[in-house]
Design a protein around this ligand. Structure first.
Ligand code: ADP
Ligand code: ADP
Length: 230
């Protein structure tokens, strides 16, 4: 029941930077694993390799048993929701259309993707009647991040990759978003690889926490409850 397997993965960028050095870890189906570590330790690179925005220099990444370098990137990304800091919304599209982007690309009829988008806006606490027609700049940072989560869930992918998904908001909003995401996750049971530089956030959110040091080296891979005492 391994969903994501990183097997001896290393990434060296063309300028010589070793972003990730020999990383081996698994994420099981339905598990939420947090990758925590200081800025620049390779967290984003790891997520980008899983969804093939970046190719590993060596090692293998398996998604549901298939080597991602042998998958068609478009096909691959249909099974992966990607949430980035500040939502990564398209500024010229209204909120409903942002959320419906992937179903639209998959050729869903207008009526269907709109209904799906509205369902998800409700799920993330943004009533579609009030927010669906707004543009991203008409939302607060926290609301934009909710839309980013809704968008990633739109085609119901089994896997979510989240890169500092609640990183761009104040601590109060951040805590509310964390709690709401935990509620959604308890319902949906996605396989989630969650990147944060905040150990407290990692421990709060995750079933397991991978602690990375500079150069993307795994230091610990532990039950969160044991981590804060070390
Ligand atoms: P994190 O997400 O933990 O902040 P990143 O994966 O963004 O770390 O970056 C890891 C290291 O790789 C950093 O030293 C960063 O400067 C470097 N890096 C990231 N992307 C590139 C790139 N496209 N080219 C060269 N170096 C990069
Ligand atoms: P994050 O910390 O959220 O990963 P960064 O601000 O480090 O984001 O990086 C923003 C963008 O710049 C990313 O696309 C990353 O790949 C790229 N990047 C980061 N570091 C470098 C670098 N040293 N050289 C070239 N590109 C980089």
């Amino acid at each position: 029941d391994v969903a994501i397997r990183l097997d001896g993965v290393r990434k060296q960028y063309p300028d010589g930077t070793v972003a990730v050095g020999d990383l081996t870890m698994d994420v099981r189906n339905g598990e939420l694993v947090a990758l925590v570590g200081p800025s620049g330790c390779g967290k984003s690179t790891i997520l980008r390799m899983v969804n093939r925005l970046v190719e590993p220099s060596s090692g293998r990444i398996l998604l549901h048993g298939t080597d991602v370098t042998h998958s068609d990137p478009v096909q691959l990304r249909r099974g992966i929701g990607y949430v980035i800091q500040a939502g990564g919304l398209l500024p010229h599209l209204d909120v409903r259309t942002n959320v419906g982007t992937v179903p639209k690309l998959l050729g869903w009829e207008s009526r269907l993707w709109r209904r799906r988008a509205d369902e998800l806006l409700d799920l993330v606490g943004l009533p579609p009647g009030e927010y669906g027609s707004r543009y991203p700049h008409e939302l607060s940072g926290g609301q934009q991040q909710r839309v980013g989560v809704a968008r990633a869930l739109a085609a119901d992918p089994p896997v979510l990759l989240m890169d500092e998904p609640f990183g761009a908001v104040d601590p109060v909003v951040r805590e509310r978003l964390q709690n709401e995401f935990l509620r959604i996750q308890s319902e949906l049971r996605k396989t989630v690889l969650f990147v944060t530089h905040d150990l407290d956030e990692a421990v709060k959110m995750a079933d397991r926490v991978a602690v990375l040091s500079a150069g993307g080296v795994l230091e610990q891979y532990a039950d969160p409850s044991t981590l804060l005492s070390d």
